[in-house]
Design a protein around this ligand. Structure first.
Ligand code: ADP
Length: 593
């Protein structure tokens, strides 16, 4: 704030007016006092003249017939009586015509001994033209100085009061005018500091000023409305931008020209496992991944070493690993509309699923080829042996050989069917559905796996809690789904285990629940979450028990995508598992896309 006092033209005018009026009042006062004093002096002179003249006449009159020795005495008596009654007369002197002092009387009651005015009058006898002497009267001038000092004081008082009143009126008037200006100035200050909507309160102001204040308040109110609209618009734009950024499925990190992070969306925070505060305003090169590496550093350097024209066409792509996540990162430059370089943007894409998928796919290919090769090798060797040495074996051995060949063909067939089913169910063609009996389907499935259960000394039971009427479903695909559950239960059950198929129907919910419970190895919670994923196999089982990792995914696709139902699993490691599905019995709208 500027504290210097600067005089406005108006202030200068007021001060000038005050000074001028002061000078004028002082000049008028001095002139008046001077004139009054002059007049008083003249009057006093006249008064002195009158006294001396009167004294001269009286003295000639009272001494004209007196002897010479009595004259002085008479003059003394007369002078004393005059001196006594006039304490302004300091002395009276009588001189003869030669100037010799006849009598001189001083006033004992005079206010001061100082003589200010001396007036001399000739002593002339009546009818004579030549004077016989002179009389001098000395006046102190006390009265006149008292009168003039009183007059001066009174005049000074009057003029001072007049000046004060005058100055006061001017100042009050000025204050009243500037008060309104100050109110207005205050309002303008508030507006300029952004306090739109500020209102000036008009009290005891002239109508013109009131109009001015009204116009000001009107303008302020309009500015307020405009500001609110503007803020709303800016907020809307910002929200739009933010929500777009936040709803982007990928992570976005924006860095300025100095590598400092200026923006980071929620997804990027999740992927990089940092909070916004940890990343904002820090160089992105300093980011450390979970293995303790500055995973962006080298690539940012590479980005900076590459000319912008090249990097613009071909952004830098690389992969980082944070925790168990695989994140594809793309760095591309950022320009303004005018093509000025302002920084760069890093897009982070979570590729964990894809990477897992890729791994699973590779595993699947090696699994399938291994799984296909094994039965084919077994078949070849058995068929070879039978073909070349069949005659040498007895009937029972030949039967055993053919039984094994049959088992391997069934296995091969199942696997090929799984793969074929997989591509068929994945395709967006709808399965044909007709009214079918689920109870019958369950019994048939149990019969089909009868040989297998017996082989493994397993005991299979069916628990029909409540039986539904016929409802619409695709018989073959549901049969394959249940067979999948059953063959898994057989595969992962220990010898002499129990397998139970449960059927339950809820007419209120219009749902049928089918579940297969075994007493097998069970599945940990971590694996349960992914068990229905395509190609997913539990690692420790993969090498010991044969499979493709497709079975459960086929069940899920059949039940959820093609029948609008849901699959579930409850399992405890070491105790067993229950795999099941729920099918809607009432017709529902299904889109297989
Ligand atoms: P696979 O061909 O490997 O059996 P699935 O999709 O049928 O493929 O099963 C996926 C994985 O789920 C299997 O590798 C197995 O580890 C586990 N699994 C499936 N059913 C059971 C079960 N009843 N008991 C224990 N583990 C099971």
């Amino acid at each position: 704030m500027n504290n210097k006092i600067s005089l406005t033209a108006q202030n200068r005018l007021i001060i000038f007016g005050l000074l001028l009026s002061t000078v004028l009042i002082v000049a008028i006062a001095v002139f008046a006092i001077f004139n009054i004093q002059k007049k008083l002096n003249e009057g006093y002179q006249n008064f002195g003249q009158v006294i001396s003249k009167t004294l001269a006449i009286e003295s000639v009159e009272i001494t004209k017939n007196l002897p010479a020795d009595k004259i002085q005495e008479t003059l003394k008596a007369h002078s004393d009586s005059i001196l006594k009654s006039h304490n302004d007369i300091v002395f009276i002197e009588f001189r003869d015509k030669d100037g010799k002092l006849i009598y001189s009387g001083k006033n004992a009651h005079a206010l001061t001994g100082r003589t200010n005015i001396r007036v001399t009058s000739p002593l002339t006898a009546l009818g004579q033209s030549n004077p016989i002497g002179s009389v001098t009267v000395g006046l102190s001038g006390n009265i006149i100085s008292q009168i003039s000092s009183t007059t001066r004081a009174s005049l000074l008082f009057v003029f001072t009061v007049a000046w004060i009143v005058f100055a006061f009126v001017i100042l009050i008037n000025t204050y009243l005018i500037t008060r309104e200006l100050r109110i207005l100035q205050n309002g303008v200050k508030k507006i300029s500091s952004g306090e739109f909507g500020y209102k000036i309160k008009a009290k005891d102001v002239s109508s013109e000023i009131e109009e001015l204040f009204k116009a000001f308040n009107d303008m302020s109110a309009r500015l307020h409305i405009y500001e609110e609209q503007n803020i709303d618009r800016i907020m809307l734009e910002r929200n739009k931008f933010e929500s777009v950024l936040m709803s982007i499925a990928n992570g976005v990190v924006v860095c300025d020209d100095n590598d400092n992070v200026v923006l980071v969306n929620n997804h990027a925070q999740t992927l990089l496992e940092v909070t916004e505060d940890q990343l904002l305003n820090t160089p992105i090169q300093q980011y450390i991944d979970t293995s303790g590496n500055e995973c962006f550093k080298e690539k940012i350097e590479q980005f900076k070493d590459t000319p912008l024209e090249i990097i613009e066409k071909k952004p830098i792509e690389f992969t980082i690993n944070v925790d168990k996540r695989v994140i594809k990162s793309i760095i591309s430059p950022m320009f303004t509309r005018n093509k000025d370089y302002v920084g760069y943007i890093i897009v982070l894409i979570d590729m964990t699923k894809e990477a897992e998928m890729e791994q699973m796919r590779a595993g699947f290919i090696s699994n399938v080829s291994h799984e296909l090769r094994t039965p084919v090798t077994v078949l070849r060797s058995y068929i070879d042996t039978l073909y070349n040495y069949g005659n040498e074996f007895d009937y029972e051995t030949q039967k055993e050989f053919i039984g094994t060949i049959n088992q391997e063909i069934i296995r091969l067939n199942r696997m090929v069917n799984d793969i074929l089913d997989f591509s068929r169910l994945e395709a967006n063609t709808e399965l044909e559905k007709e009214p079918n009996n689920i109870e019958q389907l369950i019994e048939e499935c149990a019969r089909q796996v009868d040989v297998l259960t017996k082989e493994h000394n397993l005991h299979i039971t069916i628990d029909k809690k409540s039986i539904p009427p016929e409802f619409m479903f695709n018989y073959d695909s549901i049969e394959r789904a249940l067979t999948n559950y059953l063959s898994n239960a057989i595969k992962y059950s220990p010898e002499n285990g129990e397998i139970k198929i449960t059927l339950d129907y809820s007419p209120e919910k219009n749902e049928v629940e089918v579940a297969v419970t075994d007493q097998g190895c069970g599945i940990s919670a971590e694996h349960q979450k992914k068990i229905f994923d395509r190609f997913y196999r539990v690692e420790n089982n993969t090498h010991t028990i044969k499979g493709t990792g497709l079975g459960l995914n086929l069940v899920k696709t059949t039940i959820e995508k093609h029948h609008g139902g849901r699959v579930f699993v409850h399992s405890e490691v070491g105790k067993g598992s229950t795999f099941g599905f729920i099918l809607p019995t009432a017709p529902i709208e299904i889109s297989v896309k």
